[in-house]
Design a protein around this ligand. Structure first.
Ligand SMILES: [Zn+2]
Length: 277
């Protein structure tokens, strides 16, 4: 057996059935694991996207099997909803399903192109601060989730990032959930603890509190961290679990549950969307 074969076989073993002698859970046993990890109250996942890998039927099945309330979101973006006709079609398509129906917005100004009556028919709206205009010293728009996001200077980015977050939180457009907070581009993620100073965290929490905006705990990105969630809880903010999933990872919520336990979140700490009809 050459080295490559050996490594390949070991990798298969690790990924397949055994890790340190403990069977890896997945499929049905994965669902049992989640139920056993419960927090003692029914959970909600308000950040789920339909996709070619995740149909409404699969979403409903997971919701039933895990007794998990689900909120489906569609982006208001060039690749999602751009006009009233598309928003109306989305509302019509979703109205018979027992899920919350949400919109995920990409940047301030989103509501200008949509009728307020139609927007009022969704159960909640969320926005994340993932597109930072003039986010680097070259004046470029930084999409923080992209591996190629170019940051020349961490502090320059943080100044722009903070201004962008505050624009979202202080704005006058509808907003229920601040999604994926505190996420940083890959090249500066190692500086997370340094860049997210207490003062910056306090500014965001204060701004969210003024308008009663809930904080998402994002299961895919593992943000925000425990210190921020505990600070926000002490300030009286509400929270929402968000898997941010488009695939089979729906229903896991391992990071969300861990942070909720560590910060002793209880049922009353969670945001509940209003069923608009
Ligand atoms: Zn999303």
């Amino acid at each position: 057996m050459d080295r490559r074969t050996f490594v390949g076989t070991s990798g298969l073993l690790l990924a397949g059935t055994l890790l340190g002698g403990v069977p890896i859970v997945g499929g049905k046993s994965g669902k049992r694991k989640m139920e056993a990890d419960g927090l003692g109250f029914p959970l909600m996942d308000l950040h789920v996207h339909r996709s070619s890998e995740l149909s409404m039927e699969e979403i409903l099945e997971t919701s039933r099997n895990l007794n998990l309330k689900i909120g489906v979101m569609e982006n208001v973006a060039p690749w999602g909803i751009t006009c009233d006709e598309q928003l109306k079609a989305y509302l019509d398509a979703m109205k018979h399903y027992p899920v919350y129906v949400g919109l995920q917005l990409m940047s301030p100004g989103w509501s200008k192109g949509l009728s307020a009556d139609l927007v009022a028919q969704v159960d909640y709206v969320a926005m994340d601060p993932q597109v930072v205009e003039k986010g680097n010293g070259y004046g470029e728009t930084v999409r923080v989730w992209e591996y190629t996001a170019y940051i020349d200077d961490s502090e320059t980015f943080m100044e722009r990032n903070m201004a962008h977050c505050l624009d979202i939180l202080i704005g006058d457009e509808p907003l229920d959930i601040f999604a994926c907070p505190l996420f940083l581009p890959a090249c500066i993620q190692r500086e997370y603890e340094t860049l997210w100073t207490k003062e910056r965290m306090r500014q965001l929490i204060d701004a969210a509190r003024v308008r009663g905006i809930a904080i998402e705990i994002n299961d895919t990105a593992h943000v925000p961290h425990e210190e921020f969630v505990c600070m926000a809880k002490r300030a009286g903010l509400k929270f929402a679990f968000g898997s941010d999933t488009r695939s089979h990872t729906l229903g896991r919520l391992d990071y969300c549950k861990r942070i909720a336990k560590n910060c002793r979140l209880t049922e009353k700490d969670f945001f509940i969307p209003k069923k608009s009809k």
